[in-house]
Design a protein around this ligand. Sequence first.
Ligand code: THU
Length: 128
Amino acid sequence: MAAAAEVRTNAYAPYSEFHVGAAVLAGDRVFTGVNMENASYPLGMCAERNAVGAAVAAGERRIDCIAVVTDAARPTPPCGGCRQVLWEFGPDSLVVSQTTSGERVAWALEDLIPDAFGPDSFGPDPHR
Ligand code: THU
């Protein structure tokens, strides 16, 4: 949570002005990310996915937990796209979201994305 709160100050969100910090725990290491918006709006990226990308780039393939910090009135749940990306690397992971005022909520990822499509959804056929 501390890493997510600290990195949040580097969020690049001049359009929404909604600053998000995320930190992923993977292999006992912490990887951080912030949301990174773009003048071409659809190209913006969420903090969660940038944190996952940092972990994957460092060679991690298994995510245990992700922390999210925003200044919203209530803890911010990860968007649907981020839930799917988290599922790829941490179907058993814990998602913890906290506001800058200290309100905290935690979910099991599997409760946020029930019946998810994932690496096991291709079936026994090895053509992938
Ligand atoms: N955003 C995140 O980074 N993570 C979330 O969980 C929700 C939304 C970002 C995307 C965009 O830059 C801004 O917050 C407003 O949607």
